[in-house]
Design a protein around this ligand. Structure first.
Ligand SMILES: Cc1cc2nc3c(=O)[nH]c(=O)nc-3n(C[C@H](O)[C@H](O)[C@H](O)COP(=O)(O)O)c2cc1C
Length: 185
């Protein structure tokens, strides 16, 4: 990839159906955003009728093809000013909390931390009971205590802002962009 003229947003998409469409809507309104998808995200996008090709028409999309998460190296080259992970599965949040970086998105989070690049994480598991959109119907899910605990623990990590709603995510992005003198379209 050629170096961008100005640093961009790296957006990590994980395999969550919860608020997936809402996050994609936010992405479409943002300037200069590249998308990094986990292997699960690719499958889940397809189950929700969103082909990866439709994202590629509008954004650079990086997939989880290598064991060492090669695209993460862009963080070290100054290509990105902010990492946003949303929606973040319970799996991704748990790995981030445990310091595990074995997927494209958990690796982005780990390397962003090591580069002191701020991360905004929109966690899926925020309430003991939540109504969510499965591909074919609405369902109620009950995040486990460990899932809620991991979301709570991630809030204490440096350079990390955990948001628990679409409105809070949008506000956090607006605040970050304002610091950088840019805004939503
Ligand atoms: C249709 C579908 C929807 C899913 N939605 C969620 C979700 O909302 N939250 C969640 O934590 N996991 C969800 N999962 C499970 C994750 O995709 C799975 O845990 C996966 O291993 C996560 O990998 P990742 O964190 O690397 O993306 C969903 C799976 C499927 C098939």
């Amino acid at each position: 990839m050629t170096e961008p003229k100005t640093p961009r947003i790296a957006w990590g998409l994980t395999g969550s159906g919860h608020y997936l469409r809402e996050c994609l809507e936010l992405i479409d309104r943002l300037p200069d955003v590249d998308i990094f998808v986990t292997r699960a995200a690719v499958e889940v996008l397809s189950m929700y009728g969103i082909p990866l090709k439709s994202l590629r028409g509008k954004h650079r999309v990086y997939q989880d093809h290598t064991a060492s998460s090669v695209p993460v190296g862009f963080l070290y080259s100054g290509h990105y000013h902010t990492l946003i992970i949303g929606p973040a599965t319970s799996n991704t949040v748990a790995k981030c909390v445990a310091g595990i970086s074995d997927t494209l998105v958990t690796n982005l989070y780990a390397q962003a931390g090591k580069c002191r690049i701020p991360s905004i994480v929109f966690a899926c598991d925020t309430e003991p009971a939540m109504i969510t959109e499965a591909p074919d119907r609405t369902v109620t899910v009950y995040p486990r205590p460990i899932d809620l605990e991991n979301t709570r623990r991630l809030k204490c990590f440096p350079d990390t802002l955990v948001t628990e709603s679409v409105a809070a995510l949008k506000a956090a992005i607006e605040q970050r962009l304002a610091c950088l003198n840019t805004s939503f379209s």
